[in-house]
Design a protein around this ligand. Sequence first.
Ligand SMILES: Cc1cc2nc3c(=O)[nH]c(=O)nc-3n(C[C@H](O)[C@H](O)[C@H](O)COP(=O)(O)OP(=O)(O)OC[C@H]3O[C@@H](n4cnc5c(N)ncnc54)[C@H](O)[C@@H]3O)c2cc1C
Length: 386
Amino acid sequence: MNTAVSYENELLLKTVQSFLEAEIYPHEEEVDRAGEVPLELGHQIEQRSKEVGLFASNLPEHVGGGGLNYTAMSVVEREYGKTSHALHSWIARPTELLLACEGDQIARYLDPCVTGEKRELFALTEPEAGSDVMGMKTNARRDGDDWILNGSKHFISGPIMPDFAIVFAATGIDETPRGPRKRVTAFLVDVGLPGFDCSEGHKCVSYRGYKTFQLSFNNVRLGPDQILGEEGRGLELSGKWLGMGRIWVGATCCGKAERILEMGTDWAANRKQFGKPIGSFQATGFRLADAAIGLRTADLLVADAVKRADEGRMEDMDAAMVKVYCSEMLNKVADDTVQIFGGMGLMEELPIQRLWRDSRLERIWDGTSEIQRHIITRAILRPLGA
Ligand SMILES: Cc1cc2nc3c(=O)[nH]c(=O)nc-3n(C[C@H](O)[C@H](O)[C@H](O)COP(=O)(O)OP(=O)(O)OC[C@H]3O[C@@H](n4cnc5c(N)ncnc54)[C@H](O)[C@@H]3O)c2cc1C
């Protein structure tokens, strides 16, 4: 990173920090307790983030976004990671998949997501097809020029009821050298279309107030202009975005681990037992040392991955390594810190239990740790034909 970029990112960091201090941190506890972000608060965060230029900062300037490169976005996401997804997701980072919009789709879907008039969902996971994406049952069949969509999705998350969903559906079978494979197509599906039901689903104990939706499609008729990108190329389209999503998970895990480590350090220095600060007992002090090592390593992994992404040479394996390492580092730091706090670590009065609960999701969404290890193993073995 050269000095000029560092300086810019330093200013960016200060902007994000003061925004979070003013607009987000004061609401964390109440939102967690209520399990809900009041709509007025959500819209206030949205509006104020537009005023400081953080809204849609991930999208290029030519579509009206903030034009931050991946390195700068990692600075932003790391800071967001210190707080709850339920709150910072109101500062929209619309999916880059929308850059595949063409013709009328730009005015209907991309532009309003950049301005905040519309919200989208990314709908891949199904009740019976989570890690096994190709097990998806949601399908669309041709009817003249139209498509008829059937099936269901769950765990599809967002801060608020969306305006439309990017829905992945099987549109046929391709013969490949590895055998038959589902053709997957991405569709833009408006909430309110006949046969499309979108309702709030399960409530997650991580990031209370961040919503999951369940989607069901019963003979939903879609025009040919509802396809995002090309027919049959849905997974290729989502691939790059999924990869970057895993890096953002990594960056947010680093931010959260830093905040937790600060809390643990403070407690270890001030809580006394046997007449001494508990940090002076090696069993406690070494937990802090291991956390500091893990955090620095994770930060370096993220920095390396975003550099690769900015240079256009990021591979699936790079993103998978970031996701698995950073999320597991965070969970170890969070669990060790609860241990350092002793009984108080689990009491509602202190935020550590909330951060510990929030941390747990990071090893699951955007592909579990096991699936990330599978991606890495495949990248190692496939060149050998294994
Ligand atoms: C709060 C929340 C928000 C989410 N938001 C979205 C969203 O917006 N859009 C979306 O599409 N999805 C979303 N998801 C879904 C998420 O990506 C999935 O939960 C995740 O991919 C795991 O799928 P699953 O829950 O069905 O678990 P399963 O696939 O049933 O896995 C259960 C366990 O089996 C293991 N396992 C499965 N297969 C293998 C294997 N081959 N080898 C080794 N172990 C294996 C898994 O690692 C895991 O430990 C969200 C999930 C949550 C909880």
